[in-house]
Design a protein around this ligand. Structure first.
Ligand code: ZN
Length: 279
């Protein structure tokens, strides 16, 4: 990152105004969050070892030293290939915005990205690595090129208002900013109602993100016919960035969510640590 960049907005979880600041970091520092609102301004590394919850969103750290819903902001950094950055926050979550990563990528690109004087490691596998839970799976398949390709197959059944759909994307900063970063979080109207009863998203309207009723999105229009599948690719990019290094291969996900994405990130970390120990 060439210079700091700022994004402000309302948090989906707390409903409070929050200010986020991307700050440049030296080579090798990695990605970390800093809670400016807590005593001592504690830092939480954006690493899979810090994951404490994957229910509906990915949470790092343990309350009160935690950050919820990290996946979209992490996807923005991973998508633009920013390796070293401190994300300062004055609350326990990033701004929710429109449920996509677009405002984050816009701010980062406006601040500028610089090349640092260090090499980045790229890790790949020689045989497929898979994690599963029930019918859901995520697999990293080996590939020859040093890049990541992602495929998401979404299937909530034929009676869901969200139709079965898929999306495949080779990940580069260009493709990320043309068809992935603007794809929004989605949920069913009945899920939104349950969350509201739990006191979540009180300051979020149906038009702020994608809420699917029986006839499709409520008070909103899709940005892509398969926007939900594309958003799932965005979530995957954010969750897999918690490995802490570049991963090459073809990630194929079927009905996976944050728990399974993070399980694959964990599995990759174990493989990497094992191989380093053997070397
Ligand atoms: Zn998401």
């Amino acid at each position: 990152l060439a210079r700091p960049a700022e994004v402000t907005g309302i948090g989906f979880v707390t409903g409070a105004a929050v200010r986020l600041r991307f700050c440049p970091s030296p080579p090798g520092a990695g990605i970390a969050f800093r809670r400016l609102d807590l005593v001592g301004q504690p830092v939480i590394a954006a690493h899979v070892a810090q994951v404490s919850s994957t229910t509906r969103r990915t949470t790092l750290g343990r309350p009160p030293v935690h950050v919820e819903l990290v996946e979209h902001v992490l996807a923005a950094l991973a998508g633009l290939r920013v390796d070293n950055c401190v994300i300062e926050l004055d609350g326990p979550e990033p701004p929710g915005l429109d449920g996509s990563a677009r405002a984050f990528t816009k701010a980062i690109r406006a601040a500028g990205i610089v090349l640092q004087n260090a090499t980045r490691g790229v890790w790949s596998c020689s045989t497929p690595l898979s994690v599963r839970h029930g019918h859901a799976t995520v697999t990293l398949h080996p590939c020859d090129a040093p890049r990541m390709r992602l495929s998401y197959l979404l299937d909530y059944g034929s009676f869901s208002p969200i139709t079965p759909q898929r999306h495949t994307q080779d990940l580069t900063p260009e493709t990320f900013c043309n068809g992935i970063d603007e794809c929004r979080t989605f949920l069913l109207a009945e899920e939104a109602e349950i969350l509201r009863k739990q006191g979540l998203g009180r300051r979020t309207k149906a038009s702020d993100l994608l809420v699917f009723g029986p006839k499709g999105p409520i008070d909103n229009r899709l940005r892509f016919a398969n926007e939900p599948a594309r958003h799932k690719v965005l979530d995957l990019i954010g969750d897999l960035s918690l490995v802490g290094c570049d991963v090459a291969g073809h990630v194929v996900a079927y009905r996976s969510g944050h728990a399974l994405n993070v399980a694959l990130a964990q599995r990759l970390c174990e493989e990497i640590t094992g191989r380093r120990a053997a070397a």
